[in-house]
Design a binder for this molecule. Structure first.
Ligand code: PLP
Length: 419
């Protein structure tokens, strides 16, 4: 078997360098633990960017995946399959109570594969809803987005990113899709003023992350989501919550919008919906927003979307998140983890920790100095976390983590910061 070093060289030789990974190779995983080919074990504090909420290789998810692999794996949407319906029913039952449905029109879902595809789908639905239902004049639809957003990597999505590292300014990817306007994250007044400037009759949607993950675990100002909901209702603008990273129990609630009991018009889901084994994403909205008038045959699709393998994985992931009370666990363990981190921050370490923040088990520390040597130092001691931007380190372990495992992580973090 090739060594870690040989495997990393192979990646660098044959793979485009679109990532800058921590120099560790993972060849086996279970629960919160991952192993390299040499047999060294590490605690995973990234969870594939919050995809492993149910833990690596949850036995029930793997069982469902294997059983389905012996039946049928892909039909395309040219035919029906016997797993997509039950998956979408489950998804609508779980997400439905969190969706704003003033007309009681009912809930429906559109399955895709990756997060970026769910975002693209949501944008198309919002524009189509704008033209068909809100009667926005042709090609005038506007969608408002937030500064420092992260919604994926398609040309349209990076076009409305404000993060230079995602290529808006330095990337050679333009020209970009028009029709997007940026507002500050957390500033309701600016949101309302921007709607008025654009003309409320032209604004189809407001796209936001209820907690900005990639931006460095930014929790919105308290009350922002409530005010944004009021403004969206007032001007008949769709409130579109990208819960691809913050959703499905990661922040201590089923959804991060639940922290303010806010009901968006549309949810974008991905990452943990696939149980860490298979890409599954979806848009969930009301029939009023996504019904047959808006989305009709041929206007949107994907060959793998709604496939039986992904559908059984999606059903199981949702069941486990609820049955194992992972929202409550995330809340409790997140508090415990942050308390431990604050203790380390108070030690006046060599590299100062100036902030500990987050909700549930989506946590970040901000330091003075470069984060990369710290994450590499933690890796050498058996803890995997990834820096975001230069000075922020995110901790997002699988939600099945125990207090003892958090203590183990805290000990390594303390050692790296004090020695
Ligand atoms: C990861 C992420 C996406 C994109 O998902 P991919 O599966 O990588 O395309 C979109 N929005 C948010 C908030 C994310 O964290």
């Amino acid at each position: 078997m090739p060594s870690s070093k040989e495997l990393i060289e192979m990646d660098n030789l044959y793979g485009a360098h679109n990532y800058h990974p921590i120099p560790v190779v993972i060849s086996k995983a279970e629960g919160v633990w991952v192993y390299d080919p040499e047999g060294k074990k590490y605690l995973d504090c990234l969870s594939a960017y919050s995809s492993h909420n149910t833990g690596h290789r949850h036995p029930e998810i793997i069982k469902a995946l294997k059983e389905q692999a012996d039946l049928v794996t892909l039909t395309s949407r040219a035919f029906h399959n016997d797993k997509m319906g039950p998956f979408l029913k489950k998804l609508c039952e779980v997400v439905g109570p969190h969706v704003s449905d003033p007309k009681k029109s009912g809930i429906m879902a559109l399955p895709m594969n990756t997060g970026a595809e769910a975002v693209e789908t949501g944008l198309k639905v919002a524009r189509a809803w704008g033209y068909i239902k809100k009667k926005i004049p042709k090609d005038k639809a506007q969608i408002i987005v937030c500064r420092d957003n992260f919604h994926g990597r398609t040309i349209t999505i990076v076009g409305f990113s404000t993060d230079i590292s995602h290529g808006r300014y330095f990337g050679n990817f333009g020209p970009f899709t028009p029709g997007f306007t940026t507002v500050s994250y957390g500033n309701a007044e600016e949101l309302e003023n921007t709607i008025l400037e654009l003309g409320p009759e032209n604004v189809a949607g407001f796209l936001f992350e209820p907690l900005q993950g990639e931006a460095g675990v930014i929790v919105p100002v308290e009350g922002f989501m409530t005010k944004a909901r009021e403004i969206c209702t007032k001007y008949n603008v769709l409130m579109i919550a990208d819960e691809i990273q913050s959703g499905l129990c990661r922040t201590g609630k089923l959804f991060a919008v639940d922290h303010e009991d806010v009901k968006p018009d549309m949810f974008l889901l991905g990452k943990a919906l696939g149980g860490g084994v298979y890409p599954v994403s979806a848009v969930v909205a009301t029939t009023d927003v996504m019904g047959p008038e808006i989305i009709s045959p041929g206007v949107h699709g994907s060959t793998f979307g709604g496939n039986p393998l992904g559908s059984v994985v999606g059903i199981k992931s949702l069941e486990i998140l609820i049955e194992e009370k992972l929202a409550e666990k995330s809340e409790e363990m997140g508090k415990y983890f942050r308390k431990g981190l604050r203790k380390i921050a108070a030690m006046k370490t060599k590299v100062p920790i100036i902030d500990v923040r987050g909700k549930g088990l989506l946590i970040a520390i901000e330091i003075i100095g470069k984060a990369r040597p710290i994450t590499e130092g933690m890796m050498k001691k058996g803890l995997l976390a990834k820096e975001t931007h230069d000075t922020i380190i995110r901790f997002a372990p699988p939600l099945v983590i125990t207090k003892e495992e958090i203590d183990w992580a805290l000990k390594i973090i303390e050692e790296v910061f004090t020695k």
